[in-house]
Design a protein around this ligand. Structure first.
Ligand SMILES: Cc1ncc(COP(=O)(O)O)c(C=O)c1O
Length: 472
């Protein structure tokens, strides 16, 4: 690879990222770039072609190169079978997603979190106050790196309720599920290893994999039925995969539930081929049916699965409390945790342990599941009312993500940009893949309260999708 062209490309990428070169603006001519950067014309061309491949710029005939919108539309089919070679993370749009996540001025249809009033906020607030009154010193000291024993006990009890035996001593408490997954990946992989992910999958998993310099192969997550174990096994046969990071219970963004037979076969296939299974069971408690589906751990006879979860979607995302567990991996996870952040914050751990010890958490969970299930239906109906005919929406079985395929080739990136202008946050589909897939998809969250404002927002988004459709 010519390092010279990559140097030129990186300089322009930086200018686009920082907004020095803005969407729609013409890039300097190839000759000018060649002169500025002291490279040949051929090298400048190579750099521009690379940026075009990444979707950051576009060539316009007889006019030159122009910066595309900040969410570049990416090409690709909806759910190609993963017969492609492992490759490093190459989705430049993932870098930009933080801009949206941190904006507080948007109606947050991009955020997969329930409205706070659907969570037991008052009970949690009381537990925090009680903890500070009764255990102030402990709350202000470092916690043990593995996490507070009372909290680990409560986590093990939750698993016992769905028929899964977990020893509190195998649990490492983390700052949310995201840290749990990062620690698990750090414990089992080395830079350059191949990991298997679903496609589409949660963009945070893609970012974690990118941060560790891992390569990716993707197994399709099918709307409705989730992961196909036979397809996964075929990929494991073809590639030297070190670990698989899967979301079998209500994958984000599709909301599908992988059936028990496939779960069992996935665990067996990974065990047979020495692939470490990291499961992200964040949404397991949020089944619309009310019946908590088992985690992969339930089918793990050898103790090799690492199960990650958190209280982000059931109690409070801001407390940042999650866990990683798996009897073979506790030592590695604990070491990784110490190096990462010494220990998870004491106060939220103690407060959650206190809350769980004093409340029947199934009551607020029942309400939350009911509300999310009703919301998914309301959102789907509103989309059918207000969006162009031909728009397709997933029918999630749990969680709060809705996955839309836009009608008539409208690009998710274009709708995402236009929605920002209307004060509405959404996420373009291409964030959910390592490849440039899902350019005609969009993810919405249905975790907020349903009201007239929500209907209005969905109507406005539908009208914008229609405008974009007519413009094509
Ligand atoms: C599948 C999935 N995993 C992990 C996370 C991050 O969870 P946490 O907030 O507990 O770090 C999310 C957040 O939306 C998610 O959807």
């Amino acid at each position: 690879m010519s390092l010279l062209y990559e140097r030129v490309a990186e300089s322009l990428r930086g200018q686009i990222r920082r907004g020095v070169l803005r969407a729609g603006e013409r890039l300097p001519s190839l000759r000018r770039v060649g002169r500025q950067q002291q490279v040949s014309l051929a090298t400048a061309v190579e750099a521009y072609v690379q940026l075009e491949r990444e979707g950051l710029v576009e060539a316009r005939p007889r006019s030159g190169y122009y910066v595309r919108s900040t969410a570049p539309p990416l090409s690709g089919a909806a759910s190609r079978p993963a017969v492609r070679a492992p490759r490093p993370m190459r989705n430049p749009a993932l870098l930009g997603v933080l801009d949206v996540l941190t904006r507080s001025d948007l109606l947050p249809l991009h955020a997969a979190t329930p409205a706070l009033d659907l969570l037991p906020a008052a009970g949690i607030a009381a537990a925090v106050a009680r903890t500070m009154r009764r255990h102030r010193d402990e709350a202000l000291r470092y916690a043990a790196p593995q996490g507070h024993p009372d909290l680990r006990l409560q986590i093990a009890r939750r698993y016992a309720q769905c028929g899964v035996d977990v020893d509190p001593d195998e649990i490492v408490v983390t700052a949310g599920a995201m840290e749990a997954i990062s620690l698990a990946l750090r414990s089992v992989t080395r830079s350059g290893d191949v990991v298997l992910l679903e496609t589409p999958t949660y963009y945070g998993l893609l970012q974690a994999v990118a941060a560790l310099g891992l390569r990716v192969v993707e197994v399709p997550n099918r709307v409705g039925t989730g992961i196909d174990a036979a397809q996964l096994d075929a990929l494991l046969a073809r590639h030297d995969v070190r670990a698989a990071v899967l979301v079998p219970n209500f994958n984000n963004p599709v909301g599908s539930l992988t059936g028990e037979a496939d779960k069992q076969a996935v665990v067996a296939a990974c065990a047979a081929r020495g692939v470490v299974l990291i499961e992200d069971d964040l949404y397991g408690e949020l089944a619309y049916s009310g019946e908590r589906p088992p985690p992969l751990r339930k089918f793990d006879r050898k103790g090799g699965v690492i199960t990650c979860g958190s209280f982000s979607k059931t109690l409070a995302p801001g407390l940042r409390v999650g866990w990683a567990l798996g009897p073979h991996w506790t030592g590695e996870l604990l070491r990784a945790k110490c190096f990462s952040s010494v220990a998870t914050a004491s106060l939220p751990q103690l407060a959650i342990a206190d809350y769980l010890a004093h409340h029947d958490v199934d009551r607020p969970l029942r309400r939350l599941r009911r509300e999310l299930s009703a919301n998914a239906q309301r959102w789907r109906e509103a989309i059918a009312r207000h969006w162009p005919a031909g728009t397709r929406v997933s029918e999630p079985a749990g969680g709060m993500a809705l996955w839309l395929e836009l009608a008539d080739g409208v690009e998710g990136g274009a709708l995402f940009e236009a929605a920002l202008g209307q004060g509405i946050g959404t996420l373009p589909g291409h964030l959910f893949s390592n490849r440039d897939d899902y350019r005609h998809h969009l993810r919405l969250s249905c975790g907020l309260r349903w009201d007239a404002k929500m209907e209005q927002a969905l109507r406005a988004l539908g009208a914008t999708a229609d405008r974009l459709r007519r413009r094509k």
